[in-house]
Design a protein around this ligand. Structure first.
Ligand code: NAD
Length: 439
């Protein structure tokens, strides 16, 4: 007998509009990939929604459909994409400048990429000190700017005929700032918008516009953005799913793959030194210590949460953890990361692991954008609201409900994600418990 859904999931009818503040390397790579997939000459590699399967029932049942056949997701063909940037470059020009993709690939996609032209951005130089651009909205209060964004969104909806929308922040990393009074309640936040409170960052103005209009929001950067009580409350009040922060790619992806394995085998850690070089615009922005601080906070917390030194003091108390990012223009988007991991085993004997990851940042990030857009749209059609912890799988610093600690172990995150999908569709959750030993 087919399982009965635990929730009503509206079908994904019509087009899904994707609204992206920040049309740089990640966005142009994402758009190019979606177009290449639509045209049938590239595979969506790295995308769980497109390539992943999900095991259902007992192993003997042999049921492992693709995730996209198991839950009703929008198709890449249904996506229409728009965005904002402080530069006027369309997605074709942005892709050429970013230098992630071969010129031949970009040329092949010139037509669809050139059609995506950014709208004028809401920007504040104090939040991204290494950049300045001409394509920005002028005048008025922060509330006026939020209204202008809502007008942009309405225009986009009309011109594309999108029936549903999702916003995903792929803009530069803003400087580190802590939540203040203005972030505590919706009322404070709205008053702050009217009064131009300096503590409200541009990414929060975009997020506010989205949440006011009932549009799900994901945050691909480590900025605070929706991770403040006022915007979490607004999301819940308006029945909107949100998630963040900071795409889990590159070195942190490796860290959350390796660290759970060391802990599983009860191997100790004395130090983990991570350093990177990258030369894209993101690297330039992160060269500003205030923007790097935002990144550092999200990158450093990962190991503490995975290794749980409070539970395993003999193994993980006081390990030394350093993360560095150095801007090195010759490398462009082809980031190189080195990890030196000092571990110890039986009788305390020391060992070392070296990881040298020559990754491509935006190649790793683009499939995450696709998955997040499709899953947030699914969540909204399934009536889910507020922070979507089951999407922690995609983030370096997963947003969590107050009082809970974030789960960083990528394998636990994947289990949670798949069990959420099983639960939605009324299938048994998989615990990997084998009771056959007692038969
Ligand atoms: N693997 C990855 O590439 C990766 C991983 C994790 C997080 N991120 C984050 O994703 C974001 C995008 O990365 P990227 O490599 O594409 O960077 P990028 O510098 O190529 O693109 C960012 C774009 O955002 C624009 N921008 C800045 N402020 C804006 C604003 N207020 N409104 C609209 N546009 C604005 C910039 O002009 C730029 O074009 C960064 O914050 C980065 O830290 C990237």
């Amino acid at each position: 007998m087919p399982a009965k859904d635990n929730v009503n999931i509206a079908p994904p009818e019509g087009k899904l509009g994707v609204l992206i503040p920040g049309m740089g390397a990640v966005t142009s790579t994402f758009v190019a990939g979606v177009e290449a997939v639509k045209a049938g000459w590239a595979l969506p590699i790295g995308s769980l929604t497109q390539m992943g399967t999900i095991r259902l029932g007992k192993r003997t049942e042999g049921r492992s459909p693709k995730i996209k056949d198991f839950v009703p997701l929008a198709e890449p063909q249904d996506l229409v994409i728009g965005g904002w940037d402080i530069f006027e470059d369309n997605a074709y020009e942005a892709a050429l400048k970013a230098g992630v993709l071969d010129r031949a690939h970009v040329e092949r996609l010139k037509e669809p990429l050139s059609a995506i032209k950014p709208m004028k951005a809401v920007f504040d130089h104090d939040y991204v000190r290494r950049l300045d651009g001409p394509h920005v909205k002028q005048g008025g209060s922060k509330m006026d700017k939020a209204r202008m964004l809502m007008d942009d969104i309405e225009q986009f909806r009309k011109s594309t005929g999108a029936s549903r929308l999702v916003m995903i922040w792929c803009g530069s990393t803003e400087v580190h700032h802590e939540p203040t009074e203005v972030h505590q309640t919706i009322e404070n936040f709205e008053r702050g918008l009217e009064k131009n409170d300096p503590n409200i960052a541009p990414s929060q103005i975009y997020a506010y516009a989205a949440l006011k209009m009932g549009i799900p929001h994901a945050n691909g950067a480590p900025n605070l953005t929706t991770d403040v009580p006022a915007l979490v409350e607004l999301a819940r009040r308006n029945q909107v799913p949100i998630c963040g922060k900071d795409f889990k790619t590159g070195q942190t992806l490796m860290k959350t793959i390796v660290a759970p394995g060391l802990k599983a085998r009860m191997l100790g850690l004395t130090g983990w030194y991570s350093t990177n070089i990258l030369g894209n615009r993101d690297g330039e922005v992160l060269d500003d210590p205030a923007s790097f601080r935002t990144k550092e906070v999200t990158k450093l917390s990962v190991l503490e949460y995975i290794l749980q030194p409070e539970l395993y003091p003999e193994l993980y108390k006081d390990f030394y953890h350093v993360v560095r990012i150095n801007y090195y223009p010759p490398r462009g988007d082809a980031k190189e990361g080195w990890d030196n991991i000092d571990i110890f085993g039986w009788m305390g004997y020391p060992m070392q692991i070296k990881i040298n990851f020559l990754c491509r940042d935006s190649i790793l990030a683009a499939p995450l954008v696709l998955d997040l857009v499709l899953f947030l749209d699914l969540a909204q059609r399934a009536g889910m609201k507020g922070i979507q912890e089951w999407l922690s799988f995609y983030f370096k610093a997963p947003m969590t409900a107050p009082g809970l600690y974030p789960e960083h172990d990528i394998f636990i995150q994947l289990m949670k994600l798949k069990n959420t999908l099983r639960w939605m569709r009324g299938e048994d959750l998989i615990t990997h418990l084998g009771l056959e030993y007692y038969d």
